[in-house]
Design a protein around this ligand. Structure first.
Ligand code: TEU
Ligand code: CA
Length: 559
């Protein structure tokens, strides 16, 4: 196991549209980010992952890129971006950019050309096929509802779009396209960025022939993931990308990979294979979904969460490296999903933070998480902006007559806009995010939950994160220590030990409102020093038996 800066780093994700508006147009922007760098420095993070700021018609808020080398007008200019990088580097912060190359926007110049004629030089930058028996080339369903194909009458063919109709998939079979991507990556690397987060990067290699997926009875379209997730040439492409774009730069890479399992993750992240440093896997964020997919709600069981994390902790123990996240711009707020965002909001947000920072891997904090921001429940579908949510609502309620209340409930629990409401900076109107009208409404709880209040309160979630991040810097065991599960069958306590260079750390997490008792396995000596906890606790003591308070977290180092 080698030591690497990106293993020791804590990453903070910024979703720029919702972070901080500097000019009153209701949309977060680059100058807004610059104005908050000192806040992030105080938090103690090392790296910022910036969700897309490239030119985009914003069908999917920047994940539909029309110019990979230009900055979105709403966010600022390239000069603003250069200043952002400069101001970050001055403060010792690194920047990783979002790389969205499974698809582009349909307004990208390549696609504008591509759709013109079958012999256009850009035709094969995208995936075009003839229809079959008067319908789409295959039955794959788009991740954003409906068919994954759109008919284009200019050439009487269909193009593939795994996401929205304005996000045509790029054709990685075409070496010219691949060279364009590598050259674009070098453009940003030469500007001095510190790495990439790669959007759905394990979708870029599709199975030859694009076969039909197995559709459940009576369904027209079916998830085609088996034919494009972790496809046949994915490792070749990533190794080529490393060789032609990344090698020679001291940067970090994280591949977003829905549907990846531990065995595949080892192949993606083993250091001698030169693919990516780590992946975002999805297992733990799929545990509260039923057979009908993410909107088919199931309770989140701690035991399932523990089994999943333990599998990944052990699976990548010797080879590869884990990323650690409990939410991001696509997922509900973690305190609402895994904790209790009402009477134990602060306690459970801190407990989950303790979890995130004491596992082996690189922790990712999503903006607002450090404030304990929560999910939002808008009454009207008209208050929602996310294309995934809106398409799903239209398909289920308007086209298929499903129950409005039931679908709204699933949006309140799982919708992506939960994470996208503007950051709550203070108690003034719109939470101090903008002086204008925000593009998406602020969560009405901004008067109680905001950064100003959190920074003034030494017991806030913010200051707890600050302490955890600082501890990680002082205690290499938190980064590199091996992981062993304790009390593997308890239904409320998730506990584990970490081991490094003769030291032992014990982590106790109560995932409930009850007061269960932690029991230390007899092989350990029981006198210990408290490293951190989310309640008032003695600095040292005997931890043979510990009665935990609701959502209590304690981390000890054995004497
Ligand atoms: O997400 C990919 C992905 O599979 C999802 O998480 C998906 O967007 C959805 O939330 C599942 O319910 C990435 C980006 O993170 C997301 O914001 C983009 O919309 C998507 O790719 C397309 O670029
Ligand atoms: Ca703005």
């Amino acid at each position: 196991m080698t030591k690497q800066w990106w293993k020791e780093a804590v990453v903070y994700q910024i979703y720029p549209r919702s972070f901080k508006d500097s000019n009153g147009d209701g949309i977060g922007d680059i100058n807004g980010i610059i104005s908050k760098l000192d806040y992030l420095k105080e938090l103690g993070i090392d790296v910022i992952w910036l969700s897309p700021v490239y030119q985009s018609p914003n069908d999917d808020n920047g994940y539909d890129i029309s110019d990979y080398r230009g900055i979105m007008d709403e966010f600022g200019t390239m000069a603003d971006w250069d200043r952002l990088l400069d101001e970050m580097h001055k403060r010792g912060l690194k920047l990783i950019m979002d790389l969205v190359v499974n698809h582009s926007s349909d307004e990208h110049a390549w696609f504008v050309e591509s759709r013109k004629s079958k012999d256009n030089p850009y035709r094969d930058y995208y995936i075009w096929r003839d229809g079959k028996d008067g319908r789409e080339p295959n039955n794959w369903e788009s991740c954003f509802s409906g068919s994954a194909w759109k008919y284009d009458d200019a050439t009487d063919q269909y193009f593939l779009h795994l996401f929205s109709q304005k996000q045509p998939d790029l054709n990685w079979e075409n070496p010219k396209l691949r060279e364009e991507v590598y050259s674009m990556m070098k453009f940003w690397l030469d500007k001095g960025i510190d790495g990439f987060r790669m959007d759905v990067i394990n979708f870029i290699s599709k199975v030859d022939g694009l076969p039909d997926a197995e559709a459940p009875e009576g369904r027209k379209y079916a998830p085609g993931g088996d034919y494009y997730m972790n496809g046949p040439k994915i490792h070749d492409y990533l190794q080529e990308m490393h060789e032609k774009a990344l090698s020679g730069y001291n940067v970090m890479t994280v591949g977003e990979m829905p549907g990846v399992n531990v065995e595949e993750a080892k192949l993606y992240t083993a250091e001698d294979r030169n693919e990516v440093n780590m992946v975002f896997q999805f297992e733990h964020v799929d545990l509260d979904s039923g057979p009908g997919g993410k909107w088919d709600l199931r309770p989140m069981k701690m035991s399932a969460l523990r089994d999943s994390f333990t599998k990944w902790q052990k699976g990548l123990e010797h080879e590869g490296w884990n990323s650690l996240y409990l939410n991001n711009h696509d997922q509900p707020r973690m305190v609402s999903r895994f904790g209790n965002d009402k009477e134990y909001r602060v306690e459970s947000a801190k407990m989950l933070a303790t979890f995130l920072h004491t596992l082996k891997g690189t922790p990712y904090i999503y903006q607002g998480e450090e404030l304990g921001m929560t999910n939002v429940q808008f009454d009207s579908i008209n208050d929602y902006e996310d294309i995934e949510t809106l398409n799903m609502y239209r398909e289920k309620v308007i086209e298929n007559g499903e129950d409005h209340e039931k679908v709204m409930n699933s949006i309140h629990v799982k919708g992506r806009d939960n994470a996208r409401t503007p950051i709550q900076w203070d108690e003034t109107e719109h939470g101090g995010f903008t002086t204008g009208e925000p593009w998406l409404k602020v969560n009405p709880n901004y008067k109680e939950i905001n950064a100003k209040q959190a920074m003034a309160d030494p017991h806030s979630v913010f200051h707890y994160y600050r302490k955890l991040i600082a501890l990680r810097k002082e205690n290499p065991i938190m980064v590199y220590g091996s992981y062993e599960l304790i009390m593997p069958d308890h239904d409320k306590i998730y506990a584990y030990s970490r081991h490094f260079e003769g030291e032992t750390m014990i982590v106790m997490l109560n995932f409930s409102e009850g007061t269960p008792v932690f029991e230390l396995p007899s092989e350990y000596e029981s006198m210990a020093d408290l490293l951190i906890g989310n309640y008032d606790t003695e600095a040292e003591g005997d931890i043979r038996e510990v009665k935990l308070r609701p959502y209590e977290a304690r981390v000890y180092v054995l004497k």
